[in-house]
Design a protein around this ligand. Structure first.
Ligand code: ZN
Length: 473
């Protein structure tokens, strides 16, 4: 029997404000444990929370970019539960009046573009962190009170692959807004997934399970793939699926039951008495709207129409704003978008990935990349030489023409000089020469290779071919 899959995601995003959401403690990562905690974020008697305006602005930014309807009135609520990383025994969150609702994120799927509905976006505070060591546990409250944006989708995703796309697109949008670094490995973006299966012909949703503990987008996809199979085999055997929370075990590649799913009423939500509801300033919202950057999908469309690069290239380049910005700066200096795109998606990406850094953390300048591509295009250097100097350009920020000069790598394009080298190579390889003349045409490739070897890759390949052919024939 065929089953249709429904997946909904709850994404928690740490906002990159300098201070916490209801107090002035720093949100800096990696400080001495409990050095960034005050009476407010520790919930000591008599302390009162005050909303961080920047965190609120960030949440409005995200809501606009996700095409949500922004609330007229904002209200905070207490979500009550006990856990040692939660010093107040409640979390300030939002229940019935979130920042925004009813949005759309458009994603690319195998079947074309698809709109995924965003149910709600709300602002809340993060909890602290527990460290378990041997027989005891330690708690660090530095993270308690860090602003979190929760973005909940409707169960519109229909496969683990689409879910991966959704996360990738969401991350790109949020990174463009500059409101979070969205690093799942470091915990600034966390994601829980709901998944249910139903018979393809049926309308309603099946019983869902909630998956937690995924540490990467790939982890989310793998967990969903496992869970879809597990649920399908239960349904095949006419067994019941229980509504529960399951933990993804990355090492074993399985989901394991953790607890029954809690309901909203288990948290005894009630209005936060220390923060008054307030009306959203429409002028401020409009101001934020006008200041939004061009978002990834729009930029991709513009790259395709304006620079005539393939859709695939555009989709890769727009993923990170820094890369897209770099690309645009480089092609302003040398008008070969496809050439620049190839270098950025190939060698440069490989260098960045190898040392796990972003392009702005390197010394490579857009104008230097433009110069290098121009030198390749004009035949001043070969692709091989360009590849050889690129790591230096990334590391030290040097100009390609200066590096070529310094290393004596300039291409040999003098006809006289090349003819001399080629005659010598032909004399040393007379067997290949007669092979070629007797019809074994691929002997030419070997001879070209020998010339390149003799010149340490500096010979102009086009000229080598031309001179060799004229001498051979
Ligand atoms: Zn504090």
């Amino acid at each position: 029997m065929g089953y249709a899959i429904n997946i909904g995601l709850e994404v928690h995003l740490q906002l990159s404000t300098k201070s916490k959401v209801f107090c002035r403690c720093s949100t800096k990562f990696g400080s001495e444990p409990n050095s960034q905690a005050c009476p407010v974020c520790l919930g000591l008697p008599g302390s009162l929370p005050v909303l961080n305006e920047e965190a609120f602005r960030y949440s409005i930014k995200a809501a606009i970019a996700l095409n949500c309807k922004i609330a007229e009135v904002i209200k905070f609520d207490r979500k009550n539960y006990y856990y040692p990383d939660l010093p107040k025994n409640f979390q300030i969150s939002q229940y019935d009046k979130p920042v925004a609702q009813n949005g759309i994120l458009t994603i690319k799927t195998k079947g074309g573009l698809k709109d995924i509905r965003i149910k709600r976006v709300h602002l809340e505070e993060d909890a602290g962190k527990l460290f378990h060591k041997g027989g005891y546990s330690l708690v660090d409250y530095n993270r308690a009170g860090t602003p979190l944006l929760e973005i909940v989708s409707e169960p519109d995703l229909t496969s683990p692959d689409d879910t991966y796309e959704y996360l990738t697109s969401l991350k790109a949008v949020l990174r463009y807004l500059g409101i979070s670094d969205c690093n799942m490995e470091e915990g600034s973006l966390r994601c829980d997934a709901n998944i249910s299966l139903r018979e393809e012909s049926s309308e309603g949703l099946g019983v869902k399970t909630e998956l937690k503990n995924m540490n990467s987008f790939k982890g989310v996809r793998n967990a969903l793939e496992y869970e879809a199979k597990r649920q399908a085999s239960l349904l095949e055997d006419e067994e019941k699926i229980s509504q529960e929370t399951r933990l993804w075990n990355e090492e074993k590649g399985v989901t394991l039951s953790m607890r029954g799913k809690e309901e909203a009423h288990d948290y005894r939500y009630f209005p936060e008495p220390d923060l008054m509801p307030f009306t959203v300033d429409k002028v401020m919202v409009n101001h934020i709207k006008e200041g939004l950057p061009e978002l990834p999908m729009a930029r991709q469309a513009r790259f395709i129409s304006e620079y005539k690069i393939p859709e695939y290239d555009a989709s890769v380049l727009i993923q990170e704003k820094e890369i897209a910005d770099f690309f645009e700066k480089a092609i302003k200096k040398h008008d070969n978008p496809k050439g620049v795109a190839n270098w950025m998606m190939g060698d440069i990406t490989a260098i960045l990935n190898a040392s796990n850094i972003s392009i702005t953390q390197t010394s490579l300048l857009p104008e230097n990349l433009a110069r290098m591509v121009k030198m390749v295009d004009s035949g001043a250097i070969s692709v091989k030489i360009a590849k050889a100097i690129l790591p230096d350009m990334v590391k030290s920020g040097g100009r390609p023409d200066e590096l070529v000069e310094k290393k004596g790598l300039a291409q040999i394009s003098s006809k006289g000089e090349l003819e001399e080298i080629i005659s010598k190579v032909m004399a040393e390889n007379d067997e290949s020469v007669s092979d070629y003349r007797s019809g074994k045409k691929n002997a030419l490739t070997f001879l070209v290779g020998q010339v390149m070897k003799a010149t340490r890759g500096k010979a102009n390949p086009g000229m080598v071919n031309e001179i060799l052919l004229s001498k051979l024939n």
